[in-house]
Design a protein around this ligand. Structure first.
Ligand SMILES: [Zn+2]
Length: 202
């Protein structure tokens, strides 16, 4: 049978385990993605004809690329590589829109969502979202609340030297920014959708 002090320490240990578990969940799922999704949602207001999914993927593209280079942060998040990914994403979206429009035209389709897209504007918006990810990471990194040995974003083709303004080096800074930008983005998105629906009703 447990005496009082051992049962206290038992519950204290359990509580610590639970806290650790929740902290892990927060760290994995909350940090540091949400702000990026916020920019993707807000972008819909400025690029209404581009699918929200494309906008959200663009805002996360650099993190998606990082999955393929797990040990080379510079390859996804380095300033120079981020610029290269941005240019590539813009070029790909520009040529994709142009190609889809010309094939639709060939088939005599004029009334189509794709025909309403402006290839240049779309590619600029996607480029802004892709590079906006790097800017947000530069402001937030090093993610010291997430990783004890966190570093900033590299500028060139190696993992050093690293820079960053370090907003995510405190929990308060990290949570307020991450959730704040997401909420603002969603509000911009919902307002835009409402206005759009109202216009359709008229
Ligand atoms: Zn990132």
């Amino acid at each position: 049978m447990m005496n009082t002090s051992t049962s206290y320490s038992f519950y204290f240990m359990k509580l610590k385990q639970i806290m650790k578990f929740y902290k892990c969940i927060v760290q994995v799922f909350l940090m540091p993605f949400l702000a990026h999704f916020g920019t993707g949602f807000a972008a819909k207001r400025f690029a209404p004809k581009i699918s929200i999914w494309i906008l959200l993927i663009s805002s996360m593209l650099i993190d998606i690329i990082s999955l393929f280079f797990p040990t080379a942060t510079w390859a996804s998040h380095g300033l120079l590589m981020a610029l290269i990914w941005t240019i590539l994403a813009s070029l790909i979206s520009f040529t994709t829109v142009k190609f889809m429009q010309s094939s639709k035209r060939k088939h005599g389709v004029d009334e189509n969502e794709i025909m309403k897209l402006n290839a240049f504007h779309s590619s600029m918006m996607i480029g802004l979202l892709v590079f906006g990810h790097w800017i947000l990471d530069f402001i937030g990194w090093p993610l010291s609340v997430w990783l004890s040995n966190a570093e900033g974003v590299p500028f060139f083709f190696t993992n050093t030297p690293n820079y960053g303004l370090g907003l995510y080096s405190t929990w308060a800074g990290a949570l307020i920014t991450d959730i704040g930008v997401l909420i603002i983005g969603i509000i911009v998105y919902i307002n835009f959708r409402k206005n759009q629906a109202r216009k359709l009703d008229q």
